[in-house]
Design a protein around this ligand. Structure first.
Ligand SMILES: NC(=O)c1ccc[n+]([C@@H]2O[C@H](COP(=O)([O-])OP(=O)(O)OC[C@H]3O[C@@H](n4cnc5c(N)ncnc54)[C@H](O)[C@@H]3O)[C@@H](O)[C@H]2O)c1
Length: 305
């Protein structure tokens, strides 16, 4: 198949592109490479790869017309990045997404990288039918885009749990990755609102979910799915304790409020009923990142040479 991966140079996109290339698909990565080119260098060995260095705000019909499937991952990802770039978040996450959707033919399939983040601060168990109440610009923009995409007949939205684990384009801002980084480097984790609950998934399982759609498309078409596992709903306290068990770090409870007020639990029964399940545990991801952070210093690496 001809497959376009927008945001294919990103944390999830690069590993998704790798798996699609290994399966023999003709893969086009469309990305503006705002985080650099290094993540995709190892993919150059694949002759079935095409790179389109482009901002999705400038997409043209000719970029899309030959594609059977579009995995749409490009965007300003995460709460802090959207707060720092509110205008771009609206233009990229919402307007550019709507614009490229209107250029697609009816039969072209869009698989959207949506998020559980917009379940907000209900504190309750959320299914795909739970009313949405985003509490951040990130959640608002992602939900607006999802609603538009799901007006199409041939679309699937995957509402991912917060991802953890290692990728060639690393994200240390994601909660488990961030806490593990602090545990290894600062020897302590400072917790705000330690009882807040969130849901998590290892990056390999996230990529497996994207591939799962290709194999189960008839039963997923036109639907929204939470992607994760019921066993991976944790409070921040539980995450910190799991990290402390491996690293021996101290956990400090702060009485201050967190700016990020998300607090929810998610049910993943819908995608599980189709046969999808995760393979990696939280402990697996923590061990993996402890190995990484033993040598990897994301910001200093560029300054000290
Ligand atoms: N990582 C998570 O925990 C998580 C959870 C749920 C949903 N998602 C969604 O999955 C998608 C990918 O997330 P990620 O963690 O890989 O993020 P990322 O920031 O690592 O990747 C995003 C990619 O999009 C590219 N990009 C940004 N703006 C662009 C533009 N205007 N034109 C072209 N390319 C552009 C960036 O260069 C980057 O390569 C995002 O849409 C995000 O909202 C991520």
């Amino acid at each position: 198949m001809n497959i376009l991966v927008t945001g294919g140079a990103g944390y999830k996109g690069v590993l998704l592109s790798y798996e699609l290339l290994k399966l023999g698909h003709n893969v086009t990565i469309m990305d503006n490479f705002m985080y650099g080119y290094e993540p995709v260098l190892f993919l150059m060995q694949y002759p079935n790869l095409n790179i389109l260095k482009k901002d999705i705000r400038n997409v043209e019909e000719s970029d899309l017309s030959k594609q059977d499937v579009i995995y749409h991952l490009a965007g300003i990802s995460g709460y802090p990045a959207c707060e720092a770039n509110p205008h771009s978040a609206q233009l990229i996450n919402v307007e550019a997404t709507k614009r490229f959707c209107t250029m697609l033919g009816r039969e072209q399939i869009v698989i959207y990288a949506s998020t559980t983040s917009f379940y907000g601060k209900s504190g309750n168990l959320c299914t795909e039918d739970t009313p949405i109440e985003p509490v951040s610009l990130y959640g608002i923009t992602k939900y607006e885009a999802e609603k538009f995409i799901m007006l199409r007949e041939h679309s699937v939205a995957l509402r991912f749990a917060t991802v953890f684990g290692v990728s060639p384009k690393m994200r240390t801002d994601l909660l488990v990755n961030d806490f593990t980084y602090k545990a290894v480097n600062d020897r302590c984790i400072v917790l705000f609102e330690n009882t807040s609950k969130r849901t998590f998934i290892h990056i390999c399982d996230a990529v497996r979910a994207y591939l799962f759609v290709l194999d189960h498309y008839p039963s997923m078409k036109g639907n929204v799915f939470n992607v994760g596992d019921n066993s991976l709903n944790f409070t921040k306290q539980e995450i910190s304790e799991a990290i402390s068990k491996v690293t021996g770090c101290t956990i400090i409870d702060s009485s201050l409020d967190d700016f990020d007020v998300r607090n929810f639990e998610v049910s993943f029964d819908k995608i599980k009923s189709l046969g999808y399940g995760v393979e990696k545990t939280l402990d697996y991801g923590i061990q993996e990142m402890v190995r990484l952070y033993g040598f990897y210093k994301p910001f200093l690496a560029y300054r000290t040479i």
